[in-house]
Design a protein around this ligand. Structure first.
Ligand code: GRG
Length: 333
Protein backbone atom coordinates (compact mmCIF):
# COMPACT_ATOMS: atom_id res chain seq x y z
CA UNK A 1 0.00 0.00 0.00
CA UNK A 2 2.82 2.37 0.91
CA UNK A 3 4.59 1.91 -2.42
CA UNK A 4 1.42 2.33 -4.48
CA UNK A 5 0.60 5.59 -2.74
CA UNK A 6 4.06 6.99 -3.18
CA UNK A 7 4.29 5.92 -6.81
CA UNK A 8 1.05 7.77 -7.47
CA UNK A 9 3.00 11.00 -6.98
CA UNK A 10 5.95 9.86 -9.13
CA UNK A 11 8.12 10.37 -6.10
CA UNK A 12 10.81 7.69 -5.75
CA UNK A 13 10.87 7.34 -1.99
CA UNK A 14 13.25 4.35 -1.97
CA UNK A 15 15.94 6.36 -3.80
CA UNK A 16 15.23 9.33 -1.57
CA UNK A 17 15.83 7.21 1.57
CA UNK A 18 19.03 5.77 0.15
CA UNK A 19 20.44 9.12 -0.84
CA UNK A 20 19.55 10.79 2.46
CA UNK A 21 20.99 7.94 4.51
CA UNK A 22 24.27 8.27 2.65
CA UNK A 23 24.36 12.02 3.19
CA UNK A 24 23.86 11.59 6.93
CA UNK A 25 26.20 8.62 7.28
CA UNK A 26 29.06 10.28 5.41
CA UNK A 27 28.82 13.32 7.66
CA UNK A 28 28.57 11.19 10.81
CA UNK A 29 31.71 9.33 9.73
CA UNK A 30 33.51 12.68 9.35
CA UNK A 31 32.52 13.66 12.88
CA UNK A 32 33.66 10.32 14.29
CA UNK A 33 37.15 10.03 12.83
CA UNK A 34 39.23 8.11 15.35
CA UNK A 35 41.27 10.10 17.85
CA UNK A 36 42.76 9.47 21.29
CA UNK A 37 41.65 7.64 23.36
CA UNK A 38 41.15 5.24 20.47
CA UNK A 39 38.98 2.71 22.32
CA UNK A 40 36.46 5.39 23.29
CA UNK A 41 36.19 6.71 19.73
CA UNK A 42 35.95 3.19 18.33
CA UNK A 43 33.14 2.42 20.73
CA UNK A 44 31.27 5.64 19.85
CA UNK A 45 31.70 5.02 16.11
CA UNK A 46 30.64 1.37 16.53
CA UNK A 47 27.21 2.37 17.76
CA UNK A 48 26.63 5.44 15.60
CA UNK A 49 27.88 3.93 12.32
CA UNK A 50 26.14 0.58 12.70
CA UNK A 51 23.18 1.11 10.40
CA UNK A 52 19.85 2.27 11.68
CA UNK A 53 17.09 3.83 9.67
CA UNK A 54 18.23 7.45 10.25
CA UNK A 55 14.59 8.43 10.51
CA UNK A 56 15.19 11.27 12.97
CA UNK A 57 17.94 12.83 10.85
CA UNK A 58 15.74 12.58 7.77
CA UNK A 59 12.91 14.32 9.59
CA UNK A 60 15.18 17.25 10.46
CA UNK A 61 16.39 17.59 6.89
CA UNK A 62 12.87 17.29 5.48
CA UNK A 63 11.49 19.90 7.91
CA UNK A 64 14.31 22.31 7.00
CA UNK A 65 13.58 21.84 3.31
CA UNK A 66 9.84 22.24 3.83
CA UNK A 67 10.28 25.59 5.59
CA UNK A 68 12.92 26.71 3.11
CA UNK A 69 10.66 25.93 0.13
CA UNK A 70 7.81 27.85 1.64
CA UNK A 71 10.04 30.86 2.46
CA UNK A 72 11.47 30.91 -1.05
CA UNK A 73 8.07 30.68 -2.74
CA UNK A 74 6.67 33.43 -0.49
CA UNK A 75 9.66 35.64 -1.23
CA UNK A 76 9.12 35.15 -4.96
CA UNK A 77 5.46 36.09 -4.60
CA UNK A 78 6.19 39.15 -2.47
CA UNK A 79 8.71 41.91 -2.99
CA UNK A 80 10.61 41.49 0.29
CA UNK A 81 13.54 39.07 0.47
CA UNK A 82 12.44 36.65 3.15
CA UNK A 83 15.49 34.43 2.62
CA UNK A 84 17.90 37.19 3.67
CA UNK A 85 17.78 36.03 7.28
CA UNK A 86 19.41 32.76 6.28
CA UNK A 87 21.99 34.12 4.05
CA UNK A 88 24.72 36.15 5.68
CA UNK A 89 27.47 33.80 4.46
CA UNK A 90 25.83 33.08 1.14
CA UNK A 91 24.85 29.52 2.03
CA UNK A 92 21.16 28.87 1.98
CA UNK A 93 21.15 25.16 1.23
CA UNK A 94 18.75 23.84 3.88
CA UNK A 95 20.46 20.45 3.89
CA UNK A 96 23.83 21.96 4.74
CA UNK A 97 22.25 24.16 7.40
CA UNK A 98 20.39 21.28 9.08
CA UNK A 99 22.96 18.49 8.65
CA UNK A 100 25.01 19.12 11.84
CA UNK A 101 21.80 19.15 13.88
CA UNK A 102 20.54 16.00 12.12
CA UNK A 103 23.83 14.27 13.00
CA UNK A 104 23.69 15.52 16.59
CA UNK A 105 20.24 13.95 16.89
CA UNK A 106 21.50 10.61 15.54
CA UNK A 107 24.31 10.73 18.13
CA UNK A 108 21.88 11.35 20.98
CA UNK A 109 19.64 8.59 19.64
CA UNK A 110 22.61 6.16 19.39
CA UNK A 111 23.79 6.97 22.92
CA UNK A 112 20.31 6.34 24.28
CA UNK A 113 20.37 2.89 22.64
CA UNK A 114 23.82 2.14 24.08
CA UNK A 115 22.67 3.02 27.60
CA UNK A 116 19.28 1.35 27.14
CA UNK A 117 21.01 -1.94 26.23
CA UNK A 118 23.23 -1.97 29.35
CA UNK A 119 22.69 -4.78 31.89
CA UNK A 120 21.37 -2.26 34.47
CA UNK A 121 18.58 -1.22 32.04
CA UNK A 122 17.23 -3.51 29.30
CA UNK A 123 20.19 -5.89 29.29
CA UNK A 124 20.18 -6.60 25.55
CA UNK A 125 22.77 -8.50 23.52
CA UNK A 126 21.62 -7.52 20.03
CA UNK A 127 21.12 -4.13 18.42
CA UNK A 128 20.87 -3.31 14.70
CA UNK A 129 21.74 -6.95 14.05
CA UNK A 130 25.07 -6.72 15.88
CA UNK A 131 26.30 -7.38 19.44
CA UNK A 132 25.45 -4.44 21.69
CA UNK A 133 28.16 -1.95 22.58
CA UNK A 134 28.88 -3.33 26.06
CA UNK A 135 29.18 -6.86 24.65
CA UNK A 136 32.04 -5.65 22.45
CA UNK A 137 33.69 -2.92 24.55
CA UNK A 138 32.61 -3.77 28.10
CA UNK A 139 30.19 -1.91 30.35
CA UNK A 140 32.52 0.87 31.48
CA UNK A 141 33.47 1.94 27.96
CA UNK A 142 29.87 1.60 26.75
CA UNK A 143 28.72 3.92 29.54
CA UNK A 144 31.45 6.44 28.75
CA UNK A 145 30.88 6.18 24.98
CA UNK A 146 27.25 7.11 25.64
CA UNK A 147 28.33 10.08 27.76
CA UNK A 148 30.87 11.07 25.11
CA UNK A 149 28.28 10.95 22.32
CA UNK A 150 25.85 13.05 24.31
CA UNK A 151 28.35 15.86 24.71
CA UNK A 152 29.81 15.47 21.21
CA UNK A 153 26.30 15.96 19.84
CA UNK A 154 26.04 19.35 21.56
CA UNK A 155 29.56 20.29 20.48
CA UNK A 156 28.75 19.53 16.84
CA UNK A 157 25.46 21.36 16.88
CA UNK A 158 27.05 24.51 18.30
CA UNK A 159 30.36 24.43 16.45
CA UNK A 160 29.30 23.19 13.02
CA UNK A 161 25.95 24.83 12.41
CA UNK A 162 26.27 27.45 9.67
CA UNK A 163 27.00 31.00 10.84
CA UNK A 164 24.09 32.07 8.65
CA UNK A 165 21.70 30.78 11.32
CA UNK A 166 20.71 33.59 13.68
CA UNK A 167 22.46 33.00 17.07
CA UNK A 168 19.11 33.26 18.88
CA UNK A 169 17.72 30.45 16.73
CA UNK A 170 20.75 28.25 17.37
CA UNK A 171 20.53 28.92 21.11
CA UNK A 172 16.83 27.98 21.07
CA UNK A 173 17.68 24.75 19.23
CA UNK A 174 20.46 23.89 21.70
CA UNK A 175 18.10 24.54 24.62
CA UNK A 176 15.36 22.35 23.14
CA UNK A 177 17.85 19.54 22.47
CA UNK A 178 18.79 19.59 26.17
CA UNK A 179 15.12 19.50 27.16
CA UNK A 180 14.29 16.70 24.72
CA UNK A 181 17.19 14.64 26.07
CA UNK A 182 17.00 15.33 29.78
CA UNK A 183 14.59 14.79 32.68
CA UNK A 184 11.61 16.34 30.87
CA UNK A 185 12.31 14.23 27.77
CA UNK A 186 14.08 10.93 27.17
CA UNK A 187 15.60 10.42 30.61
CA UNK A 188 12.30 11.18 32.34
CA UNK A 189 10.41 8.89 29.93
CA UNK A 190 12.88 6.08 30.56
CA UNK A 191 12.45 6.39 34.33
CA UNK A 192 8.63 6.32 34.01
CA UNK A 193 8.98 3.30 31.75
CA UNK A 194 10.98 1.54 34.48
CA UNK A 195 8.42 2.49 37.13
CA UNK A 196 5.65 0.74 35.21
CA UNK A 197 7.66 -2.25 34.01
CA UNK A 198 6.24 -5.35 35.67
CA UNK A 199 2.75 -3.90 36.04
CA UNK A 200 -0.25 -6.08 35.13
CA UNK A 201 -2.58 -4.84 32.33
CA UNK A 202 -4.95 -3.26 34.85
CA UNK A 203 -2.07 -1.48 36.60
CA UNK A 204 -1.69 1.26 33.96
CA UNK A 205 -3.85 3.16 31.50
CA UNK A 206 -3.42 4.69 28.04
CA UNK A 207 -2.56 8.11 29.49
CA UNK A 208 0.38 6.47 31.29
CA UNK A 209 1.58 4.77 28.11
CA UNK A 210 1.28 8.05 26.17
CA UNK A 211 3.21 9.94 28.81
CA UNK A 212 6.03 7.35 28.93
CA UNK A 213 6.36 7.38 25.15
CA UNK A 214 6.03 11.15 24.77
CA UNK A 215 9.26 11.37 26.81
CA UNK A 216 11.19 8.25 25.92
CA UNK A 217 10.64 8.27 22.16
CA UNK A 218 8.50 11.27 21.29
CA UNK A 219 10.68 14.06 22.64
CA UNK A 220 13.58 13.47 20.23
CA UNK A 221 11.25 12.95 17.25
CA UNK A 222 9.38 16.18 18.01
CA UNK A 223 12.68 17.97 18.38
CA UNK A 224 13.94 16.51 15.08
CA UNK A 225 11.05 18.10 13.16
CA UNK A 226 10.86 21.37 15.05
CA UNK A 227 14.63 22.00 14.96
CA UNK A 228 14.78 21.67 11.16
CA UNK A 229 12.17 24.43 10.91
CA UNK A 230 13.72 26.62 13.58
CA UNK A 231 17.17 26.54 11.97
CA UNK A 232 15.52 27.80 8.78
CA UNK A 233 13.91 30.65 10.70
CA UNK A 234 10.39 29.20 10.29
CA UNK A 235 7.49 31.31 11.52
CA UNK A 236 5.39 30.49 14.61
CA UNK A 237 2.67 28.78 12.57
CA UNK A 238 5.12 26.57 10.68
CA UNK A 239 6.90 25.64 13.90
CA UNK A 240 3.63 24.82 15.66
CA UNK A 241 2.62 22.57 12.74
CA UNK A 242 5.98 20.80 12.78
CA UNK A 243 5.73 20.33 16.54
CA UNK A 244 2.24 18.82 16.28
CA UNK A 245 3.29 16.65 13.34
CA UNK A 246 6.20 15.48 15.54
CA UNK A 247 3.77 14.52 18.31
CA UNK A 248 1.69 12.48 15.89
CA UNK A 249 4.65 10.83 14.20
CA UNK A 250 6.37 10.11 17.53
CA UNK A 251 3.28 8.44 18.92
CA UNK A 252 2.69 6.46 15.72
CA UNK A 253 6.37 5.41 15.64
CA UNK A 254 6.13 4.00 19.16
CA UNK A 255 2.82 2.19 18.55
CA UNK A 256 4.50 0.54 15.54
CA UNK A 257 7.46 -0.33 17.74
CA UNK A 258 5.15 -1.98 20.28
CA UNK A 259 3.43 -3.95 17.50
CA UNK A 260 6.74 -5.05 15.98
CA UNK A 261 7.87 -6.34 19.36
CA UNK A 262 4.95 -8.79 19.15
CA UNK A 263 4.82 -9.49 15.42
CA UNK A 264 8.45 -9.04 14.27
CA UNK A 265 11.35 -11.51 14.10
CA UNK A 266 14.88 -11.01 15.44
CA UNK A 267 16.55 -11.24 12.04
CA UNK A 268 14.46 -8.47 10.47
CA UNK A 269 14.28 -6.32 13.59
CA UNK A 270 17.99 -6.64 14.40
CA UNK A 271 17.05 -6.75 18.09
CA UNK A 272 15.36 -9.20 20.42
CA UNK A 273 11.54 -9.25 20.02
CA UNK A 274 9.06 -10.32 22.69
CA UNK A 275 10.75 -8.41 25.49
CA UNK A 276 7.80 -6.12 26.23
CA UNK A 277 5.57 -9.04 27.10
CA UNK A 278 8.33 -10.93 28.92
CA UNK A 279 9.17 -7.95 31.14
CA UNK A 280 5.55 -6.66 31.31
CA UNK A 281 6.19 -3.21 29.90
CA UNK A 282 3.47 -0.56 29.71
CA UNK A 283 2.87 -0.70 25.94
CA UNK A 284 0.05 0.08 23.52
CA UNK A 285 -0.40 -3.59 22.75
CA UNK A 286 -0.71 -4.53 26.41
CA UNK A 287 -3.07 -1.59 27.04
CA UNK A 288 -5.47 -2.00 24.10
CA UNK A 289 -4.47 -5.19 22.25
CA UNK A 290 -3.07 -5.69 18.74
CA UNK A 291 -6.26 -4.65 16.93
CA UNK A 292 -6.71 -1.61 19.18
CA UNK A 293 -3.12 -0.54 18.50
CA UNK A 294 -3.59 -0.98 14.73
CA UNK A 295 -6.77 1.12 14.81
CA UNK A 296 -5.00 3.83 16.76
CA UNK A 297 -2.23 3.80 14.15
CA UNK A 298 -4.73 4.32 11.31
CA UNK A 299 -6.17 7.29 13.22
CA UNK A 300 -2.69 8.78 13.67
CA UNK A 301 -1.88 8.32 9.99
CA UNK A 302 -5.08 10.09 8.94
CA UNK A 303 -4.51 12.91 11.43
CA UNK A 304 -0.90 13.41 10.36
CA UNK A 305 -1.80 13.48 6.66
CA UNK A 306 -4.63 15.96 7.27
CA UNK A 307 -2.31 18.22 9.24
CA UNK A 308 0.24 18.24 6.42
CA UNK A 309 -2.42 19.16 3.91
CA UNK A 310 -3.74 21.98 6.11
CA UNK A 311 -0.33 23.40 6.93
CA UNK A 312 0.81 23.23 3.29
CA UNK A 313 4.30 22.36 4.52
CA UNK A 314 4.79 19.31 2.33
CA UNK A 315 6.11 19.63 -1.19
CA UNK A 316 3.25 18.91 -3.65
CA UNK A 317 5.48 17.08 -6.13
CA UNK A 318 7.48 15.17 -3.56
CA UNK A 319 5.43 14.76 -0.37
CA UNK A 320 8.37 13.75 1.77
CA UNK A 321 6.90 14.37 5.21
CA UNK A 322 3.83 12.31 4.38
CA UNK A 323 6.03 9.53 3.01
CA UNK A 324 8.16 9.61 6.19
CA UNK A 325 5.02 9.32 8.33
CA UNK A 326 3.90 6.27 6.34
CA UNK A 327 7.40 4.83 6.58
CA UNK A 328 7.40 5.25 10.39
CA UNK A 329 4.07 3.40 10.52
CA UNK A 330 4.46 0.65 7.90
CA UNK A 331 8.12 -0.24 8.52
CA UNK A 332 9.10 -3.83 9.24
CA UNK A 333 12.06 -2.94 11.49
C1 GRG B 1 19.24 10.36 26.63
C2 GRG B 1 20.83 11.17 28.40
C3 GRG B 1 20.05 10.07 27.82
C4 GRG B 1 20.13 8.86 28.39
C5 GRG B 1 19.44 7.66 27.90
C6 GRG B 1 18.18 4.86 28.13
C7 GRG B 1 17.53 6.19 27.96
C8 GRG B 1 18.17 7.36 28.63
C9 GRG B 1 16.43 6.37 27.24
C10 GRG B 1 15.80 5.28 26.46
C11 GRG B 1 15.48 5.80 25.11
C12 GRG B 1 15.05 4.68 24.19
C13 GRG B 1 15.98 3.55 23.96
C14 GRG B 1 13.88 4.76 23.58
C15 GRG B 1 13.40 3.77 22.61
C16 GRG B 1 13.26 4.47 21.31
C17 GRG B 1 13.21 3.51 20.17
C18 GRG B 1 11.89 2.93 19.81
C19 GRG B 1 14.32 3.22 19.52
C20 GRG B 1 14.42 2.51 18.25
O1 GRG B 1 14.53 3.51 17.26
P1 GRG B 1 14.72 3.18 15.73
O2 GRG B 1 13.79 2.07 15.35
O3 GRG B 1 16.21 2.62 15.71
O4 GRG B 1 14.63 4.42 14.94
P2 GRG B 1 17.28 2.60 14.52
O5 GRG B 1 18.17 1.45 14.87
O6 GRG B 1 16.57 2.43 13.21
O7 GRG B 1 18.01 3.92 14.59
Amino acid sequence: MLEAQIHATNFDFESYLKERRKLVEDRLADYLVEQEPARLWQSMAYSVLSGGKRLRAMLTLAAAEAVHTSIVSNARGATMGATAALNEDGSEDPLQIALPCACAIEMVHAMSLVHDDLPCLDNDDLRRGKPTNHKVYGEAIALLAGDGLLMLANEILIEHTSKSVAPANLLAVALELSKATGPSGMVGGQVKDMEFTGAEEDGFDIATVESIHAGKTGALIRFALWSGGKLMNGNAEQLASLHRFGEILGLAFQITDDLLDVTGDAQTLGKTPGKDEATKKATWVRAIGIEGAKNKLSEMEAEGSALLERSMLDNKDAPVLKALLKYAIHRKK
